[in-house]
Design a protein around this ligand. Sequence first.
Ligand code: DWN
Ligand code: SAH
Length: 405
Amino acid sequence: MSKCLICENNFKPFVDFGNMPIANAFAKKVVSKDNYTFRMKVGFCENCYMVQLIEQPDREKMFHENYAFFSSTSNYMKEHFKSLANSIAKFQGLNKDSFVVEIGCNDGILLENFVFDGIPCLGIEPSENVARVAKSKGIQVISDFFDKSIVEDVLSSYKRADVIISANVMCHIPYIHSIFDGVKALLKEDGIFVFEDPYLGEVIDKTSFDQIYDEHVFLFSALSVSTLANMHELELINVEHQITHGGSMRYTLAHKGIKKVSENVSNLIIKEKKIGLDKRHSYEGFAKDVDKIKCDLILVLKDLRDRNKKVVAYGATSKSTTVINYFGITTDLVKCIYDTTPIKHYTFSPSANIPILPYEEFRQSQPDYVLLFAWNHATEIMRKEKSYMEKDKHWITYIPKVEIH
Ligand code: DWN
Ligand code: SAH
């Protein structure tokens, strides 16, 4: 039995991935099997509806000076965040007297749009290497973890925020009550708190199990977010589906009773109850669905190996750490992974030691099959590689099922 991070209710896990390394621990040299791992199990709390990791490594092990994920590696995501900044600025009527705070601004992919429009803003980002890139874009950044303890410091130098934003960060933080307390204290009376994260409904529907790794401690739904908001005198006032990261949800919160609540919220909650996101039995088939993908993909990869086909992978994602280690993918099945992120080049994938090579070498590699680990960017990547892949090369994808294109 485990204790819920939200309501302290007891619950049992519904899937166990075994021991997993830190998803972004790309190693400079081949590491031995006794490298750090944690037990990756996921459970559902029937009391507050939160889907969560049972155990998570310490935050300093994951977010630090050598954090490997730089948000601006996707052009589509740049466009997405530009449109998010514009829609928030319009909704709240932001101008040069407003103040926007982003929790987990990474390399400034979102805040650069506010800087461009002359809207004062501040990023709070603990991973110093990515924070430095944001600062180089003229963005003010506090290089620290956000929680309620730093709000007093922020308020001693800045005013309360019209908008607090956070993309793909809230789901990373087990001390979420401290975050919500901090948001409550930092947010103006009529301010809004907007965050987006991979959506539980999509993860279950598509069996996108690789959204589960050390950094992703929660999989949110409107059911769980509205419960959590209520515990902090905040209110979920809107939900908007996003196609990013394989299916995400944008949640807008405000101080309780201040803003009009969109009917999107009750509609989504009704839908979530209809598909059973509030019932434990709905999660019971998940592990079996993951194992079906595992069997199918390993069968395909072994067959290609036996037929002497060259298989490489594309995108050294955090998600791929779950796929590689849970499926037991080794270099005899996938030769290497190509990626555009300089910090990942000439490193080895966590635990499995698959070499990561610069994207430029992909164009010379002449593979027969390319396993797309960055499947969430499939539209952008497949469009970019269309002419190269046309010449007798095939993509392999595995979400929601194994397919060869
Ligand atoms: O939640 C998180 C999301 C936002 O980003 C973090 N916990 C960590 C990270 O997760 P991820 O590593 O699974 O994210 P992506 O965006 O799926 O990673 C894409 C990877 O693929 C990057 O390493 C960059 C690379 N890439 C590439 O080589 N060529 C990406 C694109 C679009 C490309 O064209
Ligand atoms: N917002 C970006 C980055 C997501 S990656 C995007 O959507 O692409 C997750 C980020 O959260 C990392 O940059 C990590 O350093 C940051 N992070 C983790 N814990 C945090 C905390 N307590 N406060 C602020 N940022 C945090």
